[in-house]
Design a protein around this ligand. Structure first.
Ligand code: XMP
Length: 435
């Protein structure tokens, strides 16, 4: 293994993630571990050069202050105790300095001067380590991966292809609710360029038939989720000798599921729903990476920018942007309008600057006039928002010329549309999606 590691032991701090980011910013790998880490678990972690005993507001649980196990104190590994969270330590801090520079200085001193860690956390070393770990875990067995084409599953696929080549089978389910060009790009990049074993499943009719007449958003989500599992399961059953399932789990998924002391932020069910008789061991090589690190990993593996830097896209896809009961013609209108919006954002240099942008087509029509005749067609709604965590969002204040150009193109190029609207609603009060 190539990388030195600093362990952050969670003794009730709310700043574990922040400190992890700071240590990684110093070029040193770090993992957050629970306070009751055992001697066995500690010795299984490679190249641990130092441990941060990270105390904080949640340190007292049911009247008792939690503490690290004796294994940690007796390990001989340098310890930094924060918030009086230790019996004995090589360094102590009463609290983390609020000031980022001061915090980094304190960490730099501990990590490099006390622990003598090397700044060897980089993507090349990470990839080399993961390839070794994947090969060790998988041996000569086979791995199955649901490849949606999203950032996380794409990066996992690229990494697994590097590590185990055709022991990996990718399944791409086209449910008909993807953006224009997406299924084609998955096939082009993974099958044609990376030589992956890729099963492409055209399940468009199947999904749209199931969704026909269903107007309730939550019902639509349920149908899409359940049908996806069913299709994937059918493909899995056709294959022989698969023992592992690849997963694009990333670090925030794990951290946000709550540590032993932190309050549960949200439960996370990435694997959710596969039937019990289909039993796989998970391969999750990105589970220690933050989102920007996942992207850097994708770039290092040679994936195209358009795949690595794409904006977030909901699992139910365009299904929740074709409001009410989905019809094929309205779905096409959403897809075509979305493609135009994305093209014009690229042209205006807005890709990567605006967090999320898309189009919505409601299920009502309005009167218009085209070629001297009355028309009765759908509107397209434009939405462009910025956010840090998707809990709140502000709208992007698009320039008029950009808006007018998008409007003009949609009215001329998208069939069945005679009006374009721009949504000015922040979240709250509106959510980002309309359904
Ligand atoms: P809302 O509409 O709740 O969206 O403000 C916040 C973020 O979550 C995305 N979103 C979803 N993602 N499955 C997903 O994977 C969903 O059902 C879903 N609904 C919303 C949305 O695109 C936005 O980025």
């Amino acid at each position: 293994m190539q990388q030195d590691m600093i362990v952050i032991l969670d003794l009730g701090s709310e700043q574990n993630t922040l400190i992890a980011r700071d240590i990684r910013a110093l070029g040193v790998y770090t993992e957050i571990q629970p306070h009751d880490l055992t001697a066995e678990q500690l010795s299984a972690l490679p190249n641990v050069r130092g441990i941060v005993l990270n105390g904080g507001v949640n340190r007292v649980v049911d009247g008792v202050a939690i503490d690290a196990s004796d294994a940690v104190y007796n390990s001989g590994i340098p310890l930094l105790a924060v918030d009086h969270a230790a019996k004995k330590a090589d360094r102590t801090l009463p609290a983390w300095p609020r000031d980022e520079a001061a915090r980094r200085d304190a960490l730099r001193e501990f990590v490099f001067d006390v622990c003598k860690a090397q700044a060897n956390w980089n993507m090349d070393n990470f990839i080399a380590d993961q390839i070794e770990l994947i090969r060790r875990q998988v041996g000569d067995k086979k791995v199955l991966l649901a490849l949606s084409g999203g950032v996380d599953s794409s990066v996992v696929a690229a990494l697994l292809i590097r590590a185990i080549g055709d022991q990996l089978t990718c399944v791409h389910v086209n449910h008909g609710l993807l953006r224009k060009g997406e299924p084609e790009q998955v096939v082009e990049v993974f099958r044609n360029q990376l030589g992956a074993n890729l099963i492409y499943v055209d399940a468009v009719d199947r999904f749209l038939d199931k969704l026909a007449g269903v107007a309730d958003p939550e019902q639509k989500r349920k149908i899409i989720g359940a049908e996806f599992i069913r299709v994937f399961e059918e493909e899995a059953r056709k294959l022989n000798g698969i023992e592992f399932l690849g997963q694009g789990t990333i670090y925030p998924d794990i951290v946000e599921s709550g540590t032993k002391t932190a309050k549960m932020v949200k439960s996370h069910h990435n694997v959710g729903g596969l039937p019990e008789d289909l039993q796989f061991e998970l391969v999750e090589p990105l589970k220690m990476l933050f989102k920007d690190e996942v992207r850097a990993c994708g770039v290092a593996l040679g994936l195209p920018d358009s795949m690595v830097y794409r904006q977030p896209f909901p699992g139910p896809g365009l299904g929740v942007r074709c409001l009410g009961a989905i019809t094929r013609d309205r779905l096409e209108a959403v897809r075509e309008a979305d493609a135009i919006l994305r093209e014009e954002f690229d042209r205006a240099g807005l890709r990567g600057k605006v967090w999320q942008y898309f189009t919505i087509v409601p299920d009502f029509k309005s009167t218009g006039v085209r070629n001297n005749a009355r028309s009765f067609e759908w509107p397209v709604i434009l939405r462009a928002v910025n956010t840090v965590d998707a809990m709140t969002a502000t709208i992007e204040q698009l320039d008029w010329p950009v808006l007018l150009r998008i409007t003009d193109r949609i009215l001329n190029e998208v069939k069945g549309v005679n009006r374009v609207l721009y949504d000015l609603t922040p979240k709250p009060v509106g959510t980002i999606e309309w359904e």
